[in-house]
Design a protein around this ligand. Sequence first.
Ligand code: PRX
Length: 653
Amino acid sequence: MHLQKVKILESTALPFKQKFSPNLKKYLEIYEESIRDPEKFWDREARKLEWFRTWNKVLEWDPPFARWFVGGLLNASYLCLDRHVKTWRRSKVAIYWEDEVGNTRTLSYSQLYSEVNRLASVLRKFGVRKGDRVAVYLPLIPELPMTLLASARLGAIHTVVFSGFSSQALADRVNDTQAKVLITADGSFRRGKLLSLKKIVDAALEKCPSVESVIVVKRANVDVNMQKGRDYWYHELLKTARDYVEPVPMESNDPLYILYTSGTTGKPKGIVHNTGAYMVFNHAAYKWAFNIRDESVYWCTADIGWVTGHSSIVYAPLSHAATMVLYEGAPDYPTPDRWWEIIEKYGVTIFYTSPTAIRMLMGYGEKWLKKHDLSSLEILGSVGEPINPEAWIWYYKNVGGEKCPIVDTWWQTETGGFMISPAPGLVLVPLKPGSATLPLPTIEAEVVDDHGKSVPTGVKGYLVLKKPWPGMLMTLYQDPQRYKEVYWSKFPGSYYTGDYAIRDADGYFWLLGRADEVLKIAGHRIGTMELESALVSHPAVNEAAAIGKPHEVKGESILMFAILKQGHEPTTQLKQELKKHVREVIGPVATPEEIYFVHSLPKTRSGKIMRRVLKAVLMDMPIGDLSTLEDEASVEEVKKAYEEFKKLLKGSS
Ligand code: PRX
């Protein structure tokens, strides 16, 4: 790899009008102590949760497989509910739910507890036991977190499929887990439009023989097909449900969930998270990042279909008995101040969103913000993709009124929880717009070159993690070999994140996007191979390639290339059809912005598509300006391919 020098922004220690005063020295003391004895550190943190039985050993590290809090027994649903309903918090609001048109539901901890128990009893009736997989395909309604907690209560393993995914994506994930129960809804709404979820489920289930029962929540009140003996209405089942189900004691290393995420092959990876260490890590990191308190009102705008929702809507906040807002809908519907309106209405104190959403709302201008009193805000979070300094500063000034730290949390589906992030709930470090700042306690992050050697300050390299941490994935579902290869073989002894980063002279981390063939579209992770397999599944396409192009709002957008099979003409109509096809195979998040028809693609001698050449040509950049994805072609070959492809593209549509 040609390592690139990248200009780093000047350090800007921003002033805070409120109670947060940055203290780098204190951070370093805490961090260094944690690094000296991480096991002692996590032993202490783990004791903040309620266990049915404590562990014999904090960590068994058989690289790259970790077992944490070995022998400890606990239950995640118990930690998020039972613990709180034994106290005054039983009447505390857990969830303020609202939809686009202003329908609301409010659930206290005791109501949530009761609903979860009742649903758990229903699931048990359907034969769900410890270790069984429960598939979830629900919109962002209270039944979604309830389902996760009910599954966890029984010791079952949930696998949530984002409700924006297509029937094929749903079927693939359900089949991989062999789930026997699936929970869905009749439909949901986005920008006022009905999404017929049950129809998508019906199509998926034609290919999913493992699913014996389907539970359907009435959300959209639309007519749906209910297959006798397989499909049941949620509200009907709950009529005869039991009020209490004993939470199943889980060994700390029993899986809590599987969540699929994109990698560099066409097949999504089933990330498996354990129960004990995942809860310990998230409970701690959430407190550090967001300084959650009983009087906080927290709102994370993510969907529970992604890891952000699992950790930062369900497990961490509920384990702290947080009061949260759950909003089902688009940020700018019906008007561009919908989110600001909600912050004002509920007095949100902690707001956690994505750079894409910030950039989009920034585009609508400050006039929409000025209509609302946002003075309740105390902390602002960002996640999912690098936040550019301009968006950071806009967020800080206009949303936070220059009094809220921007907590830019770097993490991944695989890391389970926050890794590099400011931590105002522990000790705030001086902030720099665009940097996720410094690692959380015990996290040893480093930037290395192709040979795994630390790069000098200011030089771009690969971000790696040098030690196991409690939130880490256990393995890839039923594929430990792939787990080893993907994460632990590129730099033996270290976990490879797949991200580029730079460390500045103050030790701050600047995340620079993916180093592998994974795209980040509006913060959603999509593999180029997944897109390519989707496109070639169309009968007119012989070969395909996908790349990400920088996009002002979404971070990246999808551009694709297609080589057509003989007998097919490159028409505008076919282009539209192909875009629709990719969208239907994966889901709306994967809609290509453009598809180019070509006769050949630049390849290495071994047949690997040179995506950097495609990228350079399309973005009209000299090939040398791109950070390389290593492929085995020589510089000369790449240059030649670049020139040839440029000509080819000019001559095609
Ligand atoms: O590239 C990094 C980017 O998102 C990737 C992980 O994606 P996913 O597993 O979908 O999880 C997203 C939510 C945790 C990372 O490899 N990423 C995530 N957070 C940040 C980020 N890039 C820069 N800054 C962040 N704060």
